[in-house]
Design a protein around this ligand. Sequence first.
Ligand code: CP
Ligand code: NVA
Length: 309
Amino acid sequence: MRHFLTLKDFTKDEILEMIALAHKIKQQTSKKQYVPYLEHQTLGMIFEKSSTRTRVSFETGIYQLGGIGLFLSSNDIQLGRGEPMKDTARVISRMVDMVMIRTFSQEKLLEFAQYSKVPVINGLTDEYHPVQLMADYLTMLEFGKDINPICAYIGDGNNMAHSWLMLASKLGFELRIATPKGYECDASIVADALAFAKESGAVITISDDPKEAVRGASVITTDTWVSMGQEEEKATRLKDFKGYMVDKALMSLADSDAIFLHCLPAYREYEVSEEIFEKHAEEVFTQAENRLHAQKGVMVWLDQHRKER
Ligand code: CP
Ligand code: NVA
C-alpha cells in the first residue's frame, strides 16, 4: 500500500502516471462520463487548518468517482480535544477506504500514516503541499508549459516552495527560487532536491534575487507571505518581503508568453499585484479547478496500487 505524503516518495514515471490518469478522468468528466473508479469508497478528510479548495475538490472528487467524502474538522472530532493522532488513525482507517489530512507538522502526518490501514494523502502540512503541485503540473501541461519549462518561484521558502523543489527535481526541469534572507527553504529539503536533480537533470537555482529568477522564465509562481499558523508574524513578514511582489515590472522580465500560477488564496498588493493577478486569472482559476482533477488521478492511482498487492 502506498501513501501520498510528499513527492519525494515517487518516481518521475509514477508522478506522470497520476497526471495521465488525472488528464483522462478530466476529459471523461467534461463529457459527463462519471466512471465509478472508487465506487462505494469513503474518503475521510481531516482538517486541522482552514480550506476552501482542498475541501471542495476532495469532497466533489470522491463523489464524482462513485464514493463519498466525510469532512472531519479537528474542531468537531476528538482529535481537537487531545485524542492522539495514532488512535485517531487506528479508528478512522478501520472504517474508511482512504484518508486525506491537512495538519501542521509533516511528522504528525507520518504518524497517522504509520498507524493507518488505508492510503493517506497529504492535504497540506507546514513542510509540503504535494496535491497542489499535481494540479500545478496538470495546468502547466494544459497551457503547453510542460516541455523544458523554466519555473520561477518568488517569495516564502515554505510548503509550496518545498513542493516545487520536489516536483522539479523529480521531473527534471529548471526551477529558480528567490526568497528573502531569513525565509529560505529548509536546507535538508534543498539537499534532497539537489540529490534528485543530479539523477533527473533538473537545474535548481536558489537566490534572494527575484529579477534574476524571473528573467526568461516560462512559469512564474508565488504564494502568500503569511501561511496558516504564522498569523502572529504578519507585520514583520510584510516588511521583510518588500520587493518580492510579482508585479508588472517583474513579469516584464519573464518570457513574453509566460504563465502565472498561484495556489490561492491570493493577497493582492502583497505577493502579487492586482493587475498581474487579474491578467492571469484564467491560468490561476484553471489551476484551482485542476485540484479536482489532479486529486482524482492521485486517489485512483493509490487505489490501483492497493489492489496490486
Ligand atoms: N490552495 C489550497 O490548498 O487552498 P485551500 O487552503 O483553500 O484548500
Ligand atoms: N503556504 C500556504 C498555502 C495555502 C494553500 C499555507 O500553508 O497557508
